[in-house]
Design a protein around this ligand. Structure first.
Ligand SMILES: *Cc1c(COP(=O)(O)O)cnc(C)c1O
Length: 447
């Protein structure tokens, strides 16, 4: 492809994209394919002769699109939203063209400096405490990670390195292995699975502390676990708190948990992957109160802030905790500026309450947790089996797409307002559809 063909195909692609997104409601939100559907439709090896561009685009329509789950469809109410917007797509194109990799300041100064400044902007929008900002001479700052899972892992590894160094400074005879055996990290039983996985990758114990009746991690439960483990000779070093849990969008109690972490010298990391974007709104900023106690904080602009995947924003109070833990200095990365130290839609909420009030008007259903942001957890009053059947019917009808969660021993349906283009009509259609299927399920149960 030469530049003149690129100009032509690029314009066609922009049209293709705009047509796709404008017409997305024409596609079934969830694909009607079986596992392994694609392999028989493709040659077993790359073709020896090139195919025409037209043929490739036809294949996309014919064999790829039928296997796509359309996350940007206004009938997609599963998981959490994943952001998608025209400006973000244009920016991705430009990034692709510049094609730089910003592993050091010299590798592309604008890349590093823009990241630092934008992370400060974003931090100010959230009203993060000054300590998390790079500013002109701050010790904190932000860095973009690929995902919230990576941010949790980075926090865990940094906290691990820090505690090992602290202990070895006092007792040089202690080996890293001897210390790691005793390290223990904590999170709530509602935390995202990536927290447990970070513990596995980091080779440390991770304990899930029971949450309270509102699925919130409380100070007393944490304190109890700490006392027990310290008495058993273990070394608590990290707490991962969640603001906006994945199952039901509950909030850990930072004002209780934070001071305990500070008193005990335990690193506090906050995972606000989904909810973080909402804290920009003054009416939701209170949910972030207590962030001042944290050592690191993270949320995903690629979930709810119109930035396409992947963009996970992470801040730390002391940049040296990260740079110190992971520093590598191969000679090819050295450059002369190195030592300066300076370089380094809320409509959804309304719609979720609209859905909530529809559910509350139907006495066959119940709302399972308080609706705070864009997620509604609901179920049919009755057995788990009944609700599993309902979900099965919903997802095999393929008109809308939902995923479940388990809250304690209850099987619960999650209605997450996802696409940028969802409006009240979609929500009402979705609810009518759910009610209809529910009637069928209840009728079948009676018979
Ligand atoms: C979505 C989510 C994650 C995972 O985010 P990734 O960026 O996909 O790793 C982690 N924690 C919470 C609370 C989430 O909602």
């Amino acid at each position: 492809m030469d530049s003149s063909e690129f100009r032509r195909r690029g314009k066609e692609m922009v049209d293709y994209i705009a047509d796709y997104l404008e017409g997305i409601e024409r596609y079934p939100v969830y694909p009607d394919v079986e596992p392994g559907y694609l392999q028989p439709l493709l040659p077993t090896a790359a073709p020896q002769e090139p195919e025409t561009y037209e043929d490739i685009i036809k294949d996309i329509e014919k064999i790829i699109m039928p296997g796509v789950t359309h996350w940007q469809s206004p009938y997609f109410f599963a998981y959490f939203p994943t952001a998608c917007s025209y400006p973000a797509m244009l920016a991705d194109m430009l990034c692709g063209a510049i094609g730089c990799i910003g592993f050091s300041w010299a590798a592309s100064p604008a890349c590093t400096e823009l990241e630092t400044v934008m992370m400060d902007w974003l931090g100010k929008m959230l009203e993060l405490p000054e300590a998390f900002l790079a500013g002109k001479a701050g010790e904190g700052g932000g860095v973009i990670q690929g995902s919230a899972s990576e941010a949790t892992l980075v926090a865990l590894l940094a906290a691990r390195t820090k505690v090992i160094r602290q202990m070895q400074a006092v007792s040089p005879e202690l080996t890293q292995a001897a210390i790691m055996e005793k390290l223990v990290a904590y999170t709530s039983d509602q935390a995202h699975s990536s927290v447990e996985r970070a513990g596995l990758i980091g080779g440390v114990k991770l304990k899930a502390i029971p949450s309270d009746d509102n699925f919130s991690l409380r100070g007393s439960a944490l304190q109890e676990a700490l006392e027990q483990d310290k008495a058993a000779g273990l070394i608590p070093f990290l707490v991962v708190a969640t603001l906006g849990t994945t199952s039901c969008c509950s909030f850990d109690n930072l004002l209780e948990v934070g001071p305990i972490c500070n008193q005990e010298g335990i690193w506090l990391h906050i995972d606000a992957a989904y909810a973080g974007s909402a804290f920009i709104c003054p009416e939701f900023r209170y949910l972030l109160n207590g962030v001042e106690f944290a050592d690191s904080f993270n949320f995903n602009p690629h979930k709810w802030l119109l930035v396409n995947f992947d963009c996970s924003a992470m801040w730390v109070k002391r940049r040296t905790d990260l740079t110190g833990a992971f520093k590598m200095d191969p000679v090819y990365l050295k450059h002369s500026h190195q030592e300066s130290g300076l370089i380094t839609d809320y409509r959804h909420v309304k719609l979720s309450h609209e859905f909530e009030s529809l559910v509350r008007q139907d006495p066959r259903f119940e709302i399972c947790t308080e609706v705070i942001l864009g997620l509604v957890c609901f179920r049919l009053k009755g057995s788990n089996q009944l609700n599993e059947t309902l979900l099965q019917r919903i997802n095999s009808a393929k008109k809308i797409h939902l995923v479940p969660c388990c809250l304690r021993d209850k099987f619960v349906l999650r209605f997450a307002v996802c696409a940028r283009t969802v409006d009240s009509a979609h929500v009402q259609l979705a609810w009518e559809h759910i009610r209809e299927l529910a009637s069928g399920v209840l009728k079948a149960e009676k018979e």
